[in-house]
Design a protein around this ligand. Structure first.
Ligand SMILES: *Cc1c(COP(=O)(O)O)cnc(C)c1O
Length: 482
């Protein structure tokens, strides 16, 4: 008799099979007895979830799970609950700005500044010289303008907030003109038309998907026009029969017709990385020099600071945004402020390329990457020898790092890769790495696992080694981020 029919019989008889399930309390107690390091709330919540799930299964005639299986399920759910989020992972993908892995990593100095600002009182809104109330943002805004070579600067929560503020500030109740080729969706459901609507602006689309000329913008300008907005495509490329009006052309048109011109650059750098193959428009000072009223971009992506929205441009335009009541709702908190302050000082003091992880990763020379890949391959050969499953072969090969993720489409840098091959298949090896106590994220190509040293941080190599040797999450206690 299979277990399914056992349950059916039980249902027909007087005995309710749900009574065979342990109570939530009993399951939670057993869980804590076997795994005392689990916090009580995790054990209780996991037990509740597992028992409820088993009840639902019984109600639709599925077999009752064994007590030991219930306990195992509850243990695994409780462990997942007990793991701090976000938990640290090793990024071996070579994608410097990986949207799913938290994009830029802060410099250790910036991280320390955050920790200090968080754990003590500070002169956030106090002018120490006079003892009067001061402006927490004025100082960082001045650093920002200086670092970017702009008349004025302003920082808000993130770049999505910066775009919202620009649209609301210059086009609320009026029209904003955007090219049909730039009505993009960025990750996290940031869609340009929706943001314009929420900002209270009426979107006027001009041009076509592939070609928008300056004349299209000129023809769309009327008495209701508040803003000409250019948007960086960020996560896709257009090639072939394409045409765009340049920012310089838009600025000249805006001047002539008395309309504000802004650009959402998405990602831009405060340090000149053009020598490392980055597209010229990603150097923020060059973009600001075009004379646009405002350009905005993320504080993390290519700046390498905290997530923030950096607005830079002409003094009156920035002053108008500062007066907008939305800017209070979008303002930086003190932790972001501390990290941004540190990052901007690193830029101004010429330490950025040395100390900011994103910039170091983008600028890492190929011979250094080869050295690191070679050293990693040697360590992984040893780890592979003690790993279970089919043997893993470890090789070295030239490749490309897709550094941009969702920020710089098609932008790749030369690198050296450690390549893992196994008869178990690449998916199985990648899954083993991902399920390690410090999960490792890799890329898969042609049934091979690729590990790119470019995005490995100091100390990651030994976690990679244990991951390949097969240490699962249950072999070590969860480790905190940082
Ligand atoms: C990334 C990006 C945004 C959103 O920036 P966040 O910092 O994630 O808020 C907006 N616009 C463009 C063009 C982007 O690339």
């Amino acid at each position: 008799m299979d277990r399914r029919s056992e349950v059916k019989e039980g249902t027909q008889g007087r005995e309710d099979p749900r009574r065979a399930l342990p109570s939530v309390d009993r399951l939670a107690r057993e869980l804590r007895a076997g795994t005392p390091e689990l916090p009580d709330w995790c054990a209780a919540e996991a037990a509740r979830g597992v028992v409820a799930e088993a009840r639902r299964a019984l109600e639709v005639g599925e077999p009752a799970p064994e007590a030991s299986e219930l306990l195992e399920r509850a243990r695994s759910q409780a462990r997942a609950l007990a793991r701090p989020r976000p938990a640290r992972v090793v990024n071996a993908t070579g994608v410097v700005l990986h949207t799913n892995l938290g994009r830029a990593v802060l410099a250790p100095g910036a991280a320390r500044a955050v920790a200090e600002a968080a754990a003590a009182y500070g002169d956030l809104e106090l002018d120490l010289a006079s003892g009067r109330r001061g402006d927490r943002l004025a100082a960082v805004d001045r650093l920002l303008a200086r670092a970017a070579g702009a008349e004025a600067g302003m920082a808000v929560n993130n770049n999505a907030a910066a775009v919202l503020l620009v649209a609301n500030g210059f086009a609320q109740g009026r029209e904003v003109v955007v090219s049909r080729g730039e009505l993009v969706e960025i990750g996290g459901s940031f869609r340009v038309p929706d943001v314009m609507q929420r900002a209270g602006a009426r979107l006027v689309e001009v041009g076509t998907t592939n070609r928008t000329r300056l004349a299209d913008y000129a023809a769309a300008i009327g008495p209701e026009t508040g803003l000409l907005l250019k948007v960086h495509r960020s996560n896709f490329e257009q090639r072939g029969f394409v045409e765009d009006a340049s920012l310089e052309e838009l600025v000249a048109l805006g001047r002539e017709r008395g309309v504000t011109v802004a650009e959402d650059l998405g990602s831009a750098s405060l340090v000149d990385l053009r020598g490392h193959g980055l597209p010229p428009e990603s150097w923020a000072p060059g973009r600001i020099a075009s004379g646009a009223d405002v350009v905005c971009f993320s504080g993390d992506k290519l700046v390498g600071g905290p997530q923030a929205g950096l607005l830079l441009g002409r003094a009156e335009a920035i002053a108008a945004l500062r007066r907008n009541p939305l800017s209070r709702a979008l303002r930086l908190d003190k932790l972001t402020l501390a990290a941004l302050d540190w990052t901007l000082r690193a830029v101004l003091e010429g330490r950025a390329e040395r100390e900011i992880p994103v910039l170091r990763q983008l600028a890492e020379p190929l011979d250094r990457l080869e050295e690191r890949a070679r050293a990693l391959a040697r360590r992984l050969q040893k780890a592979a020898a003690v790993a279970g499953g089919a043997p893993v072969r470890v090789d070295l090969e030239r490749g490309r790092s897709p550094v941009g993720g969702g920020s710089l489409p098609g932008f790749e840098l030369d690198t050296w890769l450690v390549v893992l091959r196994s008869a178990d298949g690449a998916e199985a090896v990648a899954a083993r790495l991902r399920h390690a106590s410090v999960p490792v994220l890799s890329r898969i190509r042609d049934d091979r696992v690729l590990l790119d040293p470019r995005t490995l941080l100091p100390g990651d190599e030994s976690d990679l080694e244990s991951a390949l040797a097969g240490a699962g999450p249950d072999d070590a206690s969860p480790r905190k981020l940082g």
